[in-house]
Design a protein around this ligand. Structure first.
Ligand code: PMV
Length: 326
């Protein structure tokens, strides 16, 4: 009744922003991500039968919403795994070896690791696709971290709750590098769930985003399959900028960027003028994530590190999906 699993965060090349109104945490648009190596969430689940589920996150006892989400995920594994009766309560101990303020969606790796560990501890034998669907219901991007390499998450259809992510190509498919420009050490952005809800409810651009995102996603997918960075770059920048434009047009507007975010976008475009190809994406926070070829990573990370206001850079490569280690 005890197991430990590891998982890695992922970064979307084609962004997901917005959920279907039908429930089940179904994304309104398709997304495509790359799972990262190097940064790891390690989660131990022990169904030790206390009075309630308990969660320790990076050495601190958690309460409230994070614990409720853990309970939701454990209940799903128990039920989808065909277990009857009352689920024994669990002690969950989870730690990230990367700073959460770096904007590398720690909820994605957290819920992917938790799903894998719970499946191991309960011996429920759920497949990676079933675990992906379960993790996706708690945090949509977590569904993608069950798999390594390049991963797709289709848009939901109606109220159909079954929607796992789908692996597109393994981590060895393409030797890309991600250079994260950390633009602040502070963590005070509006969370993605809240931000999406607000955008869907108030942004006049939301319908246009939902109808245009699938074509951008198709361009991203075609470029990833062909390992064509010159084609991927403009599509991935458009995906991120369209997502942010939609959120900025909400009422009141969501502004995830700071001055360094904006400066870094311009600097990346300047760096690739005559230099090696490098393209940016931005999630629901102020950090800028720059994709480049492995051969160019020294030049690009030095260039990004030199941008005024960038605190530090983190370099990552494509990595493996979630797995039980103990
Ligand atoms: O699944 P969530 O709630 O972590 O939302 C992810 C939203 C973005 O990171 C901005 C985009 C994405 O597709 O990962």
């Amino acid at each position: 009744m005890k197991a430990t699993a590891v998982a890695h965060p992922n970064i979307a090349l084609a962004k997901y922003w917005g959920k279907l109104p039908e429930g089940h945490n179904l994304p309104a648009v398709p997304s495509l991500s790359v799972t990262l190596a190097g940064m790891t969430t390690r989660t131990e689940v022990h169904f030790d039968g206390g009075a309630e589920d308990r969660l320790t996150l990076d050495g601190e006892v958690a309460t409230g919403r994070p614990v409720a989400r853990v309970t939701q995920l454990l209940d799903l594994v128990w039920n989808e795994g065909g277990r009857d009766g009352e689920r024994p309560r669990a002690t969950v101990v989870s730690a990230n070896d990367f700073p959460t303020a770096a904007g590398l969606a720690s909820s994605a790796s957290a819920f992917a690791a938790l799903a894998a560990a719970a499946n191991g501890a309960l011996e429920t034998d759920l497949t990676a696709a079933q675990l992906s669907c379960i993790a996706r219901r708690v945090s949509a991007s977590a569904g993608r971290s069950l798999f390594g390499g390049f991963v797709e998450l289709p848009a939901g259809v109606g109220a159909q709750a079954h929607l796992p992510a789908v692996p597109l190509a393994g981590p060895d498919h393409w030797d890309l590098r991600l250079v994260v420009a950390v633009t602040t050490e502070e963590k005070k952005e509006v969370g993605s769930t809240e931000g999406m809800k607000h955008t869907a409810a108030t942004s006049p651009l939301y319908d246009a985003w939902v109808s245009s995102a699938p074509a951008i996603y198709e361009r991203v997918k075609t470029a990833v399959v062909a390992r064509d960075l010159a084609a991927l770059g403009p599509a991935l920048e458009q995906s991120a900028l369209a997502m942010h434009a939609t959120a900025m047009a909400a009422d009141p507007g969501l502004l995830y960027w700071n001055d360094v975010t904006l400066r870094t976008m311009h600097a990346v475009r300047q760096l690739r003028r005559g230099g090696p190809p490098a393209f940016f994406t931005i999630d629901a926070g102020p950090h800028v994530k720059v994709f480049c070829r492995a051969d160019d990573v020294a030049a690009i990370s030095a260039g990004v590190e030199a941008i005024e206001g960038v605190k530090r850079v983190i370099v990552a490569a494509p990595g493996e999906g979630a797995r039980v280690v103990e």
